[in-house]
Write a protein that binds this ligand. Structure first.
Ligand SMILES: [Zn+2]
Length: 414
């Protein structure tokens, strides 16, 4: 894509109403636009990051057998009354339509997927399976001040699994944990993201969270000095010593909860009568698990971990474009223009996504913006390089600049 055609512009000054690093950099770089506290629109570059993350997660979910669905965002009140959460879930958005009918804006989807599955599951032969979606969720957050980390409207992947018994759920639950670990590795924050024990669901002693450790995190995580078992602050009172090794020494760090996994047991199958017939003809409640992964929050967490003093610095797998091509000098410099066009075509043909800063602006502006936008490779073509058909290549996170022949570019950055 040519940068001259990109409508989203960068902003020189940090926005006054943003406190968090992720919101400041993403706004300044023209990735997102804040509509109100905790509510953001995604602009072309920001949406490309979201779609990259979604695709990584989608492929991971498909590998463990998940079937993709897209459930409704408007929920009937009756469903939420059936589980009691119309009253107890304090951050549920409730709305009324013109015929005075009350509705909820989906904060989570157990109240939709469980009755839906009751119309599809009959026998033990229908089990097990799992279904997931990417969905905009709504939560009435009172302290929505952390940019993409804590939204009132946010994008989430939620997976639900359905089993005949606890053993089958346990096996799948483990698989999801492994799949999440791979996802966080792929998006570039695997090292900073740890598996954490959290206060339990109703049917298991613990639920689990994936916490990305960064000073921007809002959760306190206690980490055993001996075996590195991590426990969320909420349950630490129950465990004066480490539940794994018995050690008493701990360090406390702050984390961003980027994923969570819960064993639901029959908590939702009972009220919605989601039952199956076993081999002997006996009716039994379906055993469920649910597994969340915040897509927009993950984007914010990646920024918190990777951004530096100059701006964003995307890991390759989630970068909106792999390369940022800068052509320097006047647009009348036909030699530079020709070389830039050739490189752009060569990369595009090889399937390497490239943003070409083809604008006629000062060189300093191009370099500053390249750092701000944070694409993994910066490629510079100028009067100096063009004679020998060379390109200046610099990685966003490394100071070294390499001069390489144009024709070797694909092999180097592809
Ligand atoms: Zn321990």
């Amino acid at each position: 894509m040519r940068q001259s055609e990109l409508f989203a512009k960068t902003i020189r000054e940090a926005p006054r109403d943003e406190m968090s690093r992720n919101a400041i950099w993403l706004t300044r770089a023209g990735y997102v636009h804040k509509e109100m506290a905790g509510v953001y629109s995604y602009l072309p570059l920001g949406l490309r990051v979201i779609k990259k993350i979604e695709q990584i997660v989608r492929e991971a979910m498909n590998r463990i057998g998940g079937q993709e669905v897209f459930l409704s965002a408007l929920h009937p009140k009756e469903n939420w009354e059936k589980t009691g959460r119309w009253q107890t879930m304090t951050d549920l958005y409730k709305i009324e339509d013109e015929s005075d009918r009350e509705l909820a804006l989906g904060a989570t989807h157990e109240e939709i997927i469980t009755p839906l599955m009751a119309t599809h599951i009959n026998s033990y032969q229908d089990l097990p399976f799992s279904a997931y979606q990417f969905q905009t969720k709504f939560r009435h957050e009172l302290r929505a001040k952390s940019g993409l980390l804590r939204g009132r409207e946010f994008i989430m992947k939620d997976l639900y699994s359905f089993h005949r018994d606890q053993t089958d759920l346990d096996n799948f639950y483990k698989k999801v944990g492994e799949s999440y670990r791979e996802i966080f590795q792929t998006v570039g924050i695997g090292e900073q993201t740890i598996y954490t024990l959290a206060s339990g669901g109703t049917f298991s002693p613990y639920s689990h969270e994936f916490q990305t450790l960064t000073p921007a995190g809002e959760d306190q995580i206690h980490i055993c000095a001996k075996c590195h078992t991590a426990i969320n602050d909420e349950i630490i009172a129950k465990h004066p010593t480490c539940p794994k090794c018995g050690g008493a020494e701990r360090t406390v760090q702050t984390g961003i909860e980027v994923g969570n996994t819960f064993q639901l047991g029959d908590k939702f199958s009972v009220p919605f009568e989601l039952n199956y017939r076993d081999e002997t003809g006996k009716m039994k409640p379906v055993i469920m698990g649910c597994y969340g992964l915040g897509i927009s929050r993950l984007m914010g967490a990646i920024v918190e971990v990777t951004a530096d003093e100059q701006g964003l610095a995307w890991p390759i797998a989630v970068a909106p474009f792999r390369a940022h091509l800068l052509s320097l000098g006047s647009d009348k410099d036909t030699a530079v223009q020709t070389q830039a066009t050739n490189i752009y075509n060569q990369l595009t043909k090889a399937g390497i996504e490239v943003l070409w800063d083809d604008r006629v602006v000062a060189t300093g502006v191009k370099f500053t913006e390249a750092d701000l936008l944070g694409l993994p490779y910066r490629l510079v073509v100028s009067a100096r390089t063009v004679e020998k058909n060379l390109v200046e290549v610099k990685k966003r996170t490394v100071d070294e600049i390499k001069l390489i022949p144009s024709q070797k570019l694909c092999a180097l950055i592809g």
